[in-house]
Write a protein that binds this ligand. Structure first.
Ligand code: AMP
Length: 159
């Protein structure tokens, strides 16, 4: 079994409902147990600013799937939420990312783990550190230290 962390984001069509449904779908993935779900966080959009705020969260999974198979499953869940890829950082009904896959460092076409931008994004780090305060990001260092460096980013934990 490998402990993997999945980043979840949505900013269209009732984002909270998409995130809650995504948690349930992650719990039903093959060869996988959902072991923890973070709080939801309301966050300002990064990149393309003229779009609704996001809701973000992180899920912890114990999985026997390979990292590649896990990503394929996540893309299937995204598709079932009507995800369309229009342009980078565009609004999206559901975005699922493999943040971490155990201590693995993977650099393949279509799959980079740890997720390459996770260590500079408070909307990933805040829910991640909530679930795993002492987590080390392979090749980067303590997630909590990176979160402290993102203090200027607008992230609010919601009920
Ligand atoms: P996005 O628009 O954020 O959903 O990006 C999806 C693209 O990123 C897909 O082509 C994936 O193959 C690629 N990708 C690379 N590494 C990862 C990762 N760790 N998690 C999710 N997608 C990834």
């Amino acid at each position: 079994m490998t402990l993997a962390y999945v980043g979840i984001g949505s900013n269209l069509e009732d984002p909270r409902a998409h995130i809650l449904r995504a948690f349930d779908e992650l719990a039903r993935l093959p060869e996988t147990t959902l072991t923890a779900r973070s709080s939801l966080y309301r966050t300002a959009p990064v990149g393309h600013a003229a779009q609704p705020h996001f809701i973000n969260a992180v899920a912890a999974l114990d999985t026997r799937l390979s990292a590649q198979a896990l990503l394929a499953e996540l893309q299937g869940v995204e598709a079932s939420h009507g995800r369309q890829r229009s342009f980078p950082n565009a609004p999206r009904t559901l975005d699922l990312d493999v943040l971490l896959y155990g201590a693995a460092q993977i650099d393949q076409p279509g799959l980079t783990v740890p997720h390459p931008r996770m260590h500079e994004r408070a909307f990933v780090l805040a829910p991640l550190v909530e679930l795993a305060p002492k987590l080390e990001i392979p090749g980067i260092g303590p997630a909590s230290a990176r979160l402290a460096q993102c203090a200027a980013q607008d992230v609010e934990r919601i009920a």
